[in-house]
Design a protein. Structure first.
Length: 151
């Protein structure tokens, strides 16, 4: 085959350090989501949806053949951390958590995940981030240390 093809959809989840509610300001949060989407595009990993709440984000994107998942996450966190610290002096100590969740999804599930990400605020009126994370990890059959589901 003379060409290389790849279509890998990722559902990425990560939270603020210690789940601090740095993103309570909705306009700042929306701006951050747009910034993350732009960063994905710049990294040739176009986002299809970016959303979240005051302490975490969800990103649906296509993974570039040129990036590993860890490199993509490192760049997303680094760039967005630098950017958000310029928005308000109260955000000078902003940090993302060290870890993340990155899950491959079927193209058949893209639209449902886009809707799920778009409705994060409503969703988290019913389910905590910690319970959401546990549910997603169980869905994908991943074992986890309960201490890290709470930090």
């Amino acid at each position: 085959m003379a060409q290389s093809f790849a279509q890998v959809y990722l559902h990425i989840i990560f939270s603020t350090k210690e789940r601090r509610k740095y993103l309570q300001n909705k306009s700042l949060r929306d701006e951050l989501h747009r910034y993350l989407g732009g960063t994905c595009r710049h990294l040739d990993c176009p986002s299809l949806a970016v959303g979240g709440t005051d302490d975490h984000v969800h990103i649906l994107c296509r993974l570039s053949r040129a990036y590993s998942i860890s490199k993509l996450l490192r760049e997303l966190k680094r760039e967005s951390s630098k950017w958000i610290k310029t928005k308000d002096r109260q955000l000078a100590d902003f940090h993302w958590q060290d870890g993340y969740g990155a899950f491959s999804i079927s193209p058949a599930h893209v639209q449902a995940l886009r809707l799920y990400i778009a409705n994060q605020e409503k969703h988290h009126g019913k389910e905590s981030f910690e319970d959401e994370l546990r549910r997603v990890l169980k869905k994908y059959g991943l074992e986890y240390d309960e201490r890290f589901a709470r930090d």
